[in-house]
Design a protein around this ligand. Structure first.
Ligand code: FAD
Length: 464
């Protein structure tokens, strides 16, 4: 193995082959600190050619490779297993924005650019790259692509799959596929980029991508509204879509339990409304026209809706404060203590029934369980988290598997998905076979075997 490390150092420089146990520790531990792996080394190539060279060496030596971006995966996808026979390949040094083409409305970025860097590069050309996540300062474009990241504006712009026109990928044997096309139409056979988007690094290493840009909105209106239940939230969503069409760019659902966690744990945060309500929606309208009718039109629509109370941001600062409440929920949950997290997708129309039935089943199995529900309602994506029961009750964490089964069986009943946007990783790898058909799994295994016959790319993730 020392031979291989020497050859790798020869290709990318010995300061970029990290082996010191303390130095590599952050690369081996996932964001939630749930998984701690081991590795032979962490490799930090600086270009596509360097990625290809080290992948070829590892492939020939039969060494497993774990691609890593910002390491913000919430399902343990970006860290190695505990066998210690893999290398982590960090893409952080592939940082160039190769091209911004404002006329073609495209941007080509290397995989290690953070999401914020891509947003800023687009903004400098008066364009919008709309992907937006709470982890955007750390997560990288390669990671966003490999998890098919979603976030808060999927309702209007789609997730990473829909935002991508072309990819450059280093295949598991070191070949480079140059698919960096900025075309909106290209019907020349199978659309290969979709094999790699959402593959969680199991089929190859993405080194660059050509992404779609959009005109920057000139006007935005953000509001926090109180609702008595999820049915009312759906009615409001329908009214807003009817009135504003794709100018509705975000529609987030937040339960009062989640808002209380934020106001309790995040210093300086407070509810925007005087009276509490069981549910809230955070909504945003965006318009390319520079007039100021948006807030007036929103008020008129809210007056005819089931909304009980509303706070409409009067400045960018106020809008930011409303978004901060939403974006702080994960951190507030973390500070509150352990919880069992589910990132699920459902047909939007099924959400009220799902919430009602599932809460009843969980309360029966785990009396006193606390549900922390929030998410991207407009996309049918809920973060459905369960936390401590009160002392004296059955402890939920004694039987996480049963809690998961109840939630996922309900998801399956409503023809939903057990992972809406975070992926499978290690966390849901053993659960996936229960909820995908045998044929879907067989096709996935066949794809994996044809692109990575030695099984070297991110082993132990997604597929058992
Ligand atoms: P990593 O965590 O490093 O890797 C993720 C996966 O991609 C791993 O399987 C890894 O092997 C693979 N990978 C990374 N780079 C490459 C590459 N170049 N080529 C091939 N494979 C690669 N996700 C959402 O979708 N929506 C959200 O709203 C959202 N909010 C979040 C909020 C917080 C606070 C946090 C911590 C995470 C959130 N996430 C969200 C999850 C996470 O940020 C995203 O999945 C993100 O896209 C991961 O990017 P990353 O660069 O950190 O990837």
């Amino acid at each position: 193995m020392s031979d291989l490390l020497a050859q790798l150092a020869h290709r990318i420089g010995d300061t970029h082959v990290l082996t010191d146990p303390q130095t590599i520790q952050p690369y081996l531990t996932d964001w939630r600190k749930r998984y701690r792996g081991k590795a032979l080394a962490v490799l930090r190539p600086a270009s596509t050619a360097e990625v290809a060279a080290i992948v070829r060496l590892c492939h020939d030596a039969g060494v497993s490779m774990v691609p890593q971006g910002g390491n913000t995966s919430l399902c343990g996808a970006s860290v190695p297993d505990t066998l210690g026979n893999a290398v982590v390949i960090s893409l952080s040094r592939l940082r160039q924005i190769r091209q911004v083409d404002p006329v073609n409305q495209t941007l080509t970025a290397e995989a290690g650019c953070t999401l914020v860097e891509v947003q800023v590069a687009a903004a400098q050309q008066q364009r919008l790259f709309p992907l937006s996540l709470a982890s955007e300062g750390s997560c990288q474009i390669g990671g966003n692509l490999s998890t098919n990241a979603g976030g808060v504006q999927v309702l209007r712009y789609g997730n990473m799959r829909e935002l991508t026109l072309g990819l450059e990928v280093v295949l598991p044997d070191g070949q480079i596929w140059d698919g960096l096309r900025g075309l909106r139409k290209d019907n020349t056979g199978y659309d290969l980029k979709h094999c790699f988007i959402g593959a969680e690094g199991t089929l190859g290493i993405i080194t660059a991508a050509t992404l779609k840009l959009f005109p920057r909105p000139l006007q935005q209106c953000t509001a926090w509204v109180a609702l008595s239940g999820p049915e009312d939230a759906l009615q409001l969503l329908g009214q807003l879509q009817q009135r504003f069409s794709d100018r509705l760019t975000a529609f987030e659902l937040v339960s009062d339990v989640c808002l209380q966690l934020v106001t309790q744990h995040i210093p300086g945060s407070r509810s925007p409304l005087e009276a509490p309500s069981p549910w809230y929606a955070l909504l945003e309208l965006s318009d390319g026209a520079p007039d100021d009718r948006l807030a007036g039109d929103l008020l008129a629509t809210l007056a005819e809706s089931p909304v009980q109370d509303a706070a409409i941001a009067q400045s960018e600062q106020q809008a930011r404060a409303l978004w901060l409440l939403r974006e702080s929920i994960s951190e507030a949950q973390r500070l509150d203590g352990p919880s069992i997290k589910h990132d699920i997708a459902l047909p939007v129309s099924a959400i009220p029934a799902f919430l009602q039935d599932t809460a009843a089943l969980l309360q029966h199995a785990f009396p006193g369980v606390r549900l922390q529900v929030f998410g991207h309602l407009g996309d049918g994506n809920l973060h459905y988290n369960l936390s401590h029961t009160r002392p004296g009750n059955v402890d939920l964490f004694d039987d996480e598997a049963q809690a998961n089964r109840i939630v996922y069986d309900q998801v399956a009943h409503y023809r939903g998905s057990i992972s809406a946007e975070h992926g499978i990783g290690q966390l849901k790898r053993d659960t996936l076979p229960h909820y995908k058909s045998a044929l879907e799994l067989k096709l996935m295994h066949q794809l994996k075997a044809s692109l990575d016959p030695k099984g070297l790319m991110n082993p132990g993730k997604v597929l058992v």
